[in-house]
Write a protein that binds this ligand. Structure first.
Ligand code: GLU
Length: 415
């Protein structure tokens, strides 16, 4: 099978929404493509003395509602079309959560697993030197994403501050706490997802205390999701995975023990007293809640019919392709779509921006309460829209988000 192009997936999703909303053709085609993008090449001195040139991107998809916002991914298989898709999803995500922000995304083609800390620092700084004219606290504000973390954000913030000659904490979010980070940012993506799962369970009448959970991916989102789903609801995580494979235990897994093991061995696989399973098998397990928390395009027309979960909580961006959506909807599976389910990250990033501008920092409890309110409101606006139009949750999320972006574009007189 040819590799699915995530940008085509994002465009197909938008096309469906354009039909439902009867968007005029001018508006529709404006929303189908990014407003701006920058391609950069980054020469980096490697530890062995050679110079390696990396390719990087930053896409500003739409800024009608405010400065663009979205993470930077470091991934060996990054492509411009993936970044475009992710930037589009950020646009809808920020609008759905009613944040005064547009959507953007960045990426660098590299394999951080094979790079030293020094090489990663030089790459991060090189990226900022090349995109510094393009970004800024009121223009475009990056953040962490796949294989980037608070340390990388710190280097990037520092480089931007050095170039501009002043401390500019607000240029990037997901920073460490001691240099302008927000309390509650670290687990925000997973925590936001929990609030939506709580609401969905109420609606569906699922007792989360008895629920079993499978999580695909054990990075920031997956790890915190495993911890929180136990801590919040007392649910049992029976399966976890990473890029090398998965583990299953009927009795349940201890998220922190697995995390420690992964830090030592670089993978969750072969964790003691577990059964080895593949990533594909994990998706089809008999569980109540399935959380894809890794990469895009994992739920397709090939496996959608085999999924047994009652709720799919999409912590990853773009895990489900449109053909699969149709099957899941027909089978009555409640999908909490990505740009709703994983919006906790950018929501707390927005709180971080506010605190940076304000120069005054909130307690963690305040962050959690504000996040809960945002996520709960967004969940119910999607649910009621899905009922009103008789459409699935993803289409409903699009309807809510796109209407808001369209309104901003019209008010600004662009289209
Ligand atoms: N990378 C995260 C996302 O996909 C967070 C973006 C942000 O905080 O700006 O939503």
């Amino acid at each position: 099978m040819a590799k699915l192009n995530p940008f085509e997936v994002a465009q197909q999703q938008l096309d469906k929404c354009a039909k439902i909303l009867r968007l005029n053709p001018g508006m529709h085609s404006f929303l189908r493509t990014p407003m701006r993008e920058l391609h950069v090449s980054l020469p980096v001195r490697m530890d062995n003395g050679s110079v390696k040139v990396f390719q990087g991107f930053r896409v500003q998809y739409n800024d009608a509602k405010g400065p663009t916002k979205g993470g930077i991914r470091f991934h060996p298989e990054e492509t411009i079309d993936t970044v475009r898709a992710l930037a589009a999803w950020m646009t809808w995500k920020c609008a759905l959560l009613d944040l005064p922000l547009g959507g953007g995304k960045g990426g660098v083609i590299c394999n951080p697993k094979e790079m030293s800390q020094g090489e990663l620092e030089r790459l991060s700084r090189a990226y900022i030197r090349e995109v510094c004219q393009f970004i800024g606290p009121s223009k475009d504000v990056p953040a962490p994403d796949v294989y980037t973390n608070p340390q990388i954000m710190a280097w990037m913030m520092d480089e931007y501050s050095k170039i501009t000659g002043k401390n500019q904490f607000g240029v990037i979010t997901g920073k460490p706490l001691s240099i302008g980070g927000s309390a509650g940012r670290e687990d925000a993506t997973a925590r936001g997802g929990m609030y939506t799962i709580r609401e969905a369970a109420k609606v569906l009448g699922i007792d989360l205390k008895k629920a079993t959970v499978a999580i695909q991916g054990y990075g920031n989102a997956g790890y915190y999701a495993a911890r929180l789903v136990e801590a919040f609801f007392g649910s049992r995580v029976v399966a976890l995975s990473d890029s090398r494979g998965g583990i299953y235990s009927k009795e349940g897994l201890n998220p922190d023990a697995v995390r420690e093991y992964k830090l030592k061995t670089k993978s969750v696989i072969k964790f003691p007293n577990t059964k080895l399973i593949s990533n594909e098998e994990l998706l089809e397990l008999e569980v109540d809640i399935l959380m894809p928390a890794a990469l895009e395009n994992v739920i397709t027309e090939k496996n959608a019919a085999n999924i047994k979960a009652k709720i799919i909580a999409e912590l990853a961006n773009g895990p489900t392709i449109p053909e699969a959506d149709t099957i899941l909807y027909k089978n009555g599976i409640h999908v909490i779509p990505d740009f709703l389910c994983n919006a906790g990250g950018v929501t707390v990033s927005y709180f971080e921006m506010v605190q940076n501008f304000y120069m005054y920092y909130w307690e963690e409890k305040e962050v959690h309460e504000r996040l809960d309110k945002k996520m709960t409101t967004a969940y119910h606006s999607v649910l009621s829209t899905s009922k009103k139009y008789n459409i699935n949750m993803r289409q409903a999320a699009y309807v809510v988000a796109v209407e808001r972006v369209v309104e901003a574009i019209k008010l600004r007189g662009w289209v």
